[in-house]
Write a protein that binds this ligand. Structure first.
Ligand SMILES: Nc1ncnc2c1ncn2[C@@H]1O[C@H](COP(=O)(O)OP(=O)(O)OP(=O)(O)O)[C@@H](O)[C@H]1O
Ligand SMILES: [Mg+2]
Length: 262
């Protein structure tokens, strides 16, 4: 599957959000990156392909899904029926909250559906290299690898990068999440770049607004657009679509007033 340029300059892109270790922030990244891309005028759909441990809908405070990605994979429903719109405007295709074996091998076919044309499809994956994760790597022409700045997480991220490179999948960058500038015990992102051989596309600091977003079921980039993690997500989104994003001056003042709203 290749990247398809569409009329009006919009591209159909399918970007997997993957990681070696679990709990490093893939779902958080999927939601906030998708929302930030929307803010740049892109048509975006976030897909929960973590079919066993789905959480994308829940993290957005959405629970009721009559038709899910599971049904589309099992040919029990159409992709159009599995699309839901969050109050923020973010469009999502959730996975079922029930644990069941589904044919994730059909994901590539599902993600090539003409219904997704002209969209940036951001695909939330399970961690690691088990069967479902491999199917997701095979289904996404591009992947972003999320890691924390600790060595075990980076080591596992490298395994994902190596596996992706062996497939028709382009690792477009590493996202270093929960970055703490002043912590000398974490690896420097320049070291991460040279170890993994692909660029660090952005670093996201540890930020309380992310837990607040989770609590309210709202993407944290909207809850406080000027918080450090929100600015980082916007920078990454801009890089992905080749735009130049300059964070606003006095963001710290706007952040304060933005933070007072919620
Ligand atoms: N930059 C951050 N600052 C603070 N908390 C964060 C940050 N990123 C993620 N979190 C929190 O870390 C936890 C794990 O995040 P998330 O669910 O996105 O990880 P994941 O990689 O999708 O996990 P899994 O592998 O289980 O699917 C969540 O509680 C989330 O709110
Ligand atoms: Mg997740």
């Amino acid at each position: 599957m290749s990247i398809r340029r569409q009329r009006g300059g919009k591209m159909t892109r399918v970007i997997g959000i993957v990681s070696g270790k679990g709990g490093v922030g893939k779902t958080t990244t999927t939601i906030n990156l998708a929302t930030a891309l929307m803010g740049f005028g892109q048509n975006v759909i976030a897909v929960d392909a973590d079919v066993k441990m789905s959480g994308l809908g829940l993290q957005l405070g959405m629970y009721h899904f009559p038709v899910t990605l599971n049904d589309v994979l099992m040919e029990r429903g159409y992709i159009q029926q599995a699309l839901y719109i969050h109050s923020s405007g973010l469009r999502i295709i959730p996975a079922s909250l029930c644990v069941e074996d589904v044919r994730v091998s059909r994901l590539k076919h599902v993600l090539s559906d003409p219904f997704l044309k002209d969209n940036i499809v951001v695909v939330d994956a399970p961690p690691g290299l088990e069967k479902n994760s491999i199917s997701i790597l095979k289904s996404c022409p591009e992947v972003l690898i999320v890691t924390t700045p600790e060595i075990p997480s980076i080591t596992d991220a490298m395994k994902i990068i190596c596996t992706a490179k062996k497939m028709d999948t382009k690792p477009i960058g590493i996202i270093v999440n929960m970055y703490k500038n002043r912590n000398s015990h974490q690896i420097n992102f320049k070291e991460i770049e040279s170890t993994c051989g692909i660029p660090v596309i952005g670093t996201i600091p540890e930020d309380k607004i992310i837990k607040k977003g989770l609590f309210f079921g709202v993407p944290s980039v909207l809850l406080n657009p000027y918080s450090p993690s929100s600015l980082a997500f916007k920078e990454i989104a801009a890089r992905i679509i080749g735009e130049n994003y300059i964070p606003p001056k006095f963001a710290f003042i706007k952040r304060f007033f933005g933070g007072l709203k919620k």
